[in-house]
Ligand binder design. Structure first.
Ligand code: PLP
Length: 451
């Protein structure tokens, strides 16, 4: 007979914010992940070290194809623009471009990135509340799709038009009430107040710009598809109004991004599988008003998080543990909020590489930073884990490897599991020379302990 494993007795404080099934502690932890796309976690760590971000090429391509089909099958005159700020690794952007997405950028830096990747100006949507004169001039000379945010930018672009001696095609960003609160009103021109129509009149009066597109981006992680139906109807109505009144020809309506991913937003009670609408539900709401409209302009979407979030994982390793005064067990892992910037808003799915039996206890997951806020999960029931055990966090594909910080520690490698299971590097681990490459040390401050 096999000897039973010793299990130490535990006294458990009842905490009402911990989910304890049927009032008793569960044994073991149900969520396990041994591999990503059939490549073993152990092999990934052996090759790239820990921590490491891992992206699944298969997941990216499948998600994109599914979303593209949802829209194109309903409304063929459709185009995706990849939102660079969601994840602008060259390897990731290239996959989206190979699948047929154009680029959507919100700064000169992102514009440069798209051009350096080989994207033509005409296939770049240039958004954002601040674009320097220099970058507006470059974008206009390369025929980029420039989306105007405010009246000052209209003035700037008119100067650029005079300088380049050409009429510049432009789009205006519009914000509106779609039933989503808080309403995003700081970007673009407000529709209901008459600001948007004033912007149109101002552009026409200036005679240097040609309005040929309308843009809106109503928010992010929007759980109500109906909000998009409202946005689509209002945008089409506005298009009809200004075309009739001013004889304009609007080529496209861009409805921005904002579809939710299967991430657990803090404060949303239901699990994401229930709370998050399917891409088909979003597509139904958006395309219906377009199909019913007399004129059917091109529909553009700048979907970010929905397309990439679930394709990204972070593999980390437990490097230490301790019992806190309040009875919780703190596990210290080698990746913290420096790499998982979105931990503030989302509770990630936490999967263990190994089978773990034993009674679960209230635990929290801390990163390696010497900072009290470095918490990845503040309350989770976990069986007793050991130093060296691996934890996989997901989905982390959206906004983490762009918003992450070089704070205290070197940022880790980013790997791609290719379509055929190959392990490829998308980004090296940082070195001291990388981090210090922009620093300059004045000669007179040079110091050496040796002299
Ligand atoms: C951030 C952003 C997006 C992408 O938003 P998601 O919520 O990631 O889909 C699209 N368009 C604009 C203008 C943005 O600022």
């Amino acid at each position: 007979m096999k000897k039973k494993k010793y299990e130490r007795p535990v006294i458990q404080k009842i905490e009402n914010n911990y989910y304890v099934k049927h009032g008793v502690s569960a044994r073991g932890y149900q969520k396990k992940r041994e591999s990503i796309d059939n490549v073993k976690i152990a092999d990934i760590v052996k090759k790239f070290g820990s921590p490491v971000f891992v992206f699944s090429e298969k997941a990216i391509r499948e998600k994109f194809k599914k979303a593209q089909a949802a829209f194109k099958s309903r409304y063929p005159n459709f185009q995706f623009g990849w939102s660079y700020k969601t994840n602008y690794l060259k390897g990731i952007c290239s996959i989206f471009h190979q699948e047929g997405a154009i680029a959507e950028v919100v700064s000169d830096f992102e514009y440069d990135k798209a051009r350096a990747l080989g994207i033509k100006g005409e296939n770049i949507i240039y958004n954002g509340p601040y674009k320097s004169m220099e970058s507006l001039t470059l974008a206009a000379s390369e025929n980029a799709k420039i989306h105007i945010d405010n009246f000052d930018e209209i003035n700037d672009l008119e100067k650029v038009a005079s300088k380049l001696d050409k009429k510049i095609p432009v789009t205006i960003r519009i914000n509106m009430n779609t039933g989503i609160y808080p309403q995003w009103s700081r970007f673009g021109f407000n529709l209901e107040s008459g600001q948007a129509i004033n912007a149109v009149k101002r552009i026409i009066a200036g005679q240097k710009l040609l309005l040929n597109g309308l843009h809106t981006h109503i928010g992010t992680f929007i759980l109500d598809p109906k909000a998009y139906g409202v946005a689509a109807s209002k945008m089409l109505g506005f298009m009809d109004e200004i075309e009739n009144e001013f004889g304009l020809d609007i080529e496209y309506i861009d409805l921005g991004g904002g579809f939710a991913s299967l991430s657990h937003l803090k404060g949303v009670y239901q699990p994401p599988e229930i709370a998050v609408p399917s891409i088909e539900e979003y597509a139904d709401e958006i395309t219906r008003p377009f199909i019913n409209n007399k004129k059917r302009p091109r529909l553009i979407l700048e979907t970010g998080r929905h397309l990439i979030d679930e394709a990204g994982y972070l593999i980390s390793t437990i490097v230490g543990q301790k019992l806190l005064c309040d009875g919780r067990r703190s596990y210290i892992v080698d990746a913290g909020v420096n790499f998982l910037y979105t931990a503030t808003w989302y509770t990630y799915n936490l999967e263990l590489e190994k089978d773990t039996d034993g009674i679960t206890e209230p635990s929290l997951i801390n990163g390696p930073l010497c900072m009290n806020i470095d918490v990845i999960n503040e309350s989770i029931m976990l069986p007793r884990l050991e130093r060296g055990d691996r934890i996989v966090f997901s989905p982390v594909g959206a906004y983490n490897v762009t918003q992450w910080m070089q704070f205290i520690r070197y940022r880790p490698k980013i790997a791609l599991i290719g379509i055929n299971g190959e392990m490829e590097l998308l980004r090296e681990k940082e070195k001291l020379a990388d981090v210090e490459s922009c620093e300059r040390l004045p000669q007179r401050l040079k110091f050496s302990d040796e002299s």
